[in-house]
Design a binder for this molecule. Sequence first.
Ligand SMILES: Nc1ncnc2c1ncn2[C@@H]1O[C@H](COP(=O)(O)OP(=O)(O)O)[C@@H](O)[C@H]1O
Ligand SMILES: [Mg+2]
Length: 343
Amino acid sequence: MAVLSLSHIHKDFTVGLRPIFKPPRRLHALRDVTMELERGDIVAVVGESGCGKSTLARIAAGVSDPSSGTIRIQGMDLHAVSRAKARELRRSVQIVHQDPYAALNPTMTVYQALSAPLLIHRMVAKGQVRDRVMELLRMVGLNESHLAKYPNELSGGQRQRVVLARAFTVKPDVIVADEAVSAIDVSMRQTILSVMQRIHDEEGTAYLFITHDLGLARYFAQSGIIAVMYAGRVMEYGDTEAVIKGPRHPYTAILRQAVPDPDPELNQTQDLIPVRSTELPDLTQEETGCAFSARCPFAVDRCMSEVPALRPVAGADGRPVLVACHRAEELELPQEEPEVELA
Ligand SMILES: Nc1ncnc2c1ncn2[C@@H]1O[C@H](COP(=O)(O)OP(=O)(O)O)[C@@H](O)[C@H]1O
Ligand SMILES: [Mg+2]
């Protein structure tokens, strides 16, 4: 059973001043987003700034409500259960944001930040609070020496580890990480990612790992799923390696060619897909066709007049991936060279 399932999620925001006698202008931040996380699943959501990643993160974590669509946690529809039950279910999905400083109360020590949720949610008996705080700190690679520190006495990387430890006080099934390492010094990123990975391996925690960086998505969701978003829609969804090695959506292929390949020779020899524009579509307009068509070098008339459904297409390894492109089968997008097996 899925620990978190989002189905047909739409989110509109009212923008600008409301003209008298006219309906308010609506910005469509999410359009028909569906995804499911089972225990231990890692789903990376990737896409450019403004494509709806943070909106999705907030809805997944219950911080914001969708305009329409259904959220189920452990199989239970949040709208069909009591408020108390919904609150309890929501606790099992915790969010970690980009900025750990904003997430921590500057007047609380590390010990206070971690013990408060343990006490409030009665996660352990009073006598065991200190032991559990120490266990959580060790889980994220911190120790006794950090207990009495205030957020401003910690580095960005240490703060983010405290935020992670705090998310784990309530033993969540799912962590929504919204650009969780984007603001962290490159030197500390690897440590945070390793901590997250280890918690995944040891506790079976599922991750909705959100990033604008395709390379990072590939790294963190190596054996998981990748969801490529554009203008509030999922454009491609499938096993990470299949999607990255053999993208079926032109947008994924274009995102991929922007990620430098570790092998410089490959970069030079690959034919690049020409990019027509980098402008994002106006999300306050009703869709008339594929949102990516204005930027897509392969767009034909149909792409301008018909919104492509997300549908199964054979991926690079033969297994199906979901792709929202009318031309997914006929396009020959650049594929990663298969690795040569050494006998
Ligand atoms: N509270 C809001 N009111 C109006 N528009 C919003 C609001 N939050 C986000 N948006 C808009 O929704 C779109 C998606 O934003 P966001 O989810 O933050 O994207 P991302 O995290 O991928 O950069 C953007 O066009 C953004 O301007
Ligand atoms: Mg964002």
